[in-house]
Ligand binder design. Structure first.
Ligand SMILES: NC(=O)c1ccc[n+]([C@@H]2O[C@H](COP(=O)([O-])OP(=O)(O)OC[C@H]3O[C@@H](n4cnc5c(N)ncnc54)[C@H](OP(=O)(O)O)[C@@H]3O)[C@@H](O)[C@H]2O)c1
Length: 331
């Protein structure tokens, strides 16, 4: 089969479009013919050797994938070849999550092998392209906003990097729940697009101080919740942007993963700081996202679809921060 594989970590040119053996499945596994796989920022960090979880080389990445079950192992009785599925990338083990595209080969290939319990059927009205955007970004959004952050209808949430795959998912999920969204991004052009998917107010964090803007937009009150993918460089302003009893979700660290901070505001204003890891989310988040797409309550934001052979160009889009929402590969 064809796959995008790398033998060393480095720049995008380590990504090779190669012939590799089609995986052989075990008794409890299935082979999925991949029809669509979406990129995540995590793929870039793994390929660059910058992830705290280094991959075993050579490696085929791809945490998000959807396709058709091609073959099932002899113990598999509840799924048949031909079923349209999306893959839940997380295999729960006693030692913690083992993740497709990280701990074992992923979906940037014509075929991928996964435990049968990791495939989730999708209805005919959910396309492979839409389905493959859901397991990381949309599950992170719903698990973060609702399960961890307890976002309620009528509350106000500040979403950073709102044009990213995960940020755009958070904007859509929050709006669908009836929350007010203030979104930040690095350019006015991106902010225009973020408005189209539901942000009521937007802030360009390159040209203004977002904490001051949040104060103006909320008449000095601040927001209830922050969905933060930026990390260290946004920390001080995040604290200033929260209401008393506000909550902050630590989702990503594109702006740095370490900082020093003063405990005072957190104690005196009853603030809550909550970590979010998609690989701890219950399966119900993925099933709900599939149902929302099927019911037309959610339309995943897809910027570009490229053939598998153009994986390097696809990763370059994310590296250049030029994408809006998701970039997809179709093997
Ligand atoms: N905790 C979890 O379970 C979880 C799950 C999914 C994603 N994440 C994290 O969420 C973040 C976004 O992931 P994604 O896949 O949605 O990303 P993505 O689509 O590649 O978008 C990343 C965006 O972050 C912004 N950004 C700000 N500072 C940046 C910097 N120094 N370098 C690069 N980008 C920067 C950029 O927007 P501007 O140009 O507008 O600044 C960029 O478009 C990542 O940190 C990822 O690791 C975490």
């Amino acid at each position: 089969m064809k796959a995008i594989r790398y033998h060393e970590v480095g720049e995008v040119d380590v990504l090779m479009f190669e012939d590799v053996p089609t995986p052989e499945i075990g008794d409890d596994e299935v082979l999925v013919r991949v029809r669509a796989a979406s990129l995540n920022h995590l793929d870039l960090r793994l390929r660059a050797g910058k992830s705290p979880r280094p991959v075993e080389l050579p490696h085929i990445g791809g945490v998000d994938a959807a396709g058709d079950v091609e073959e099932v192992g002899k113990n598999v009785t509840d799924i048949v070849p031909g079923t349209r599925v999306v893959i839940d990338p997380t295999v729960k083990t006693p030692k913690g999550p083992s993740v497709m595209g990280v701990n074992f080969h992923g979906g940037f290939a014509e075929y991928v092998r996964v435990p049968a319990s990791n495939v989730v059927p999708i209805p005919d009205d959910v396309s492979y392209d839409d389905a493959c955007t859901l397991p990381v970004c949309y599950v992170t959004a719903s698990y973060g906003l609702f399960d961890r952050g307890g976002l309620q209808k009528g509350e106000t949430v500040l979403v950073h990097a709102a044009e990213s795959g995960t940020g755009s998912a958070a904007v859509q999920m929050a709006r669908e729940r009836g929350a007010h969204v203030i979104a930040t991004a690095g350019s006015d052009e991106k902010l225009e697009k973020v408005k189209e998917i539901g942000a009521e107010a937007t802030i360009n964090y390159n040209t203004s101080d977002f904490a001051e803007e949040v104060k103006k937009i909320t008449d000095g009150k601040g927001v209830d919740l922050i969905f933060d993918q930026v990390g260290a460089s946004a920390w001080e302003n995040n604290l200033k942007s929260l209401k008393t009893k506000g909550r902050i979700l630590l989702v990503g660290v594109v702006g740095g993963g370490q900082t020093t901070f003063n405990f005072g505001p957190i104690i005196m204003r009853d603030l809550s700081v909550l970590g979010v890891t998609v690989f701890n989310a219950p399966r119900t988040n993925l099933i709900n996202a599939i149902n929302m797409v099927s019911l037309n309550r959610l339309k995943p934001v897809i910027d570009k679809k490229l053939p598998l052979s153009e994986a390097a160009e696809a990763q370059k889009m994310l590296e250049d921060r030029s994408q809006f929402g998701k970039v997809i590969l179709n093997p």
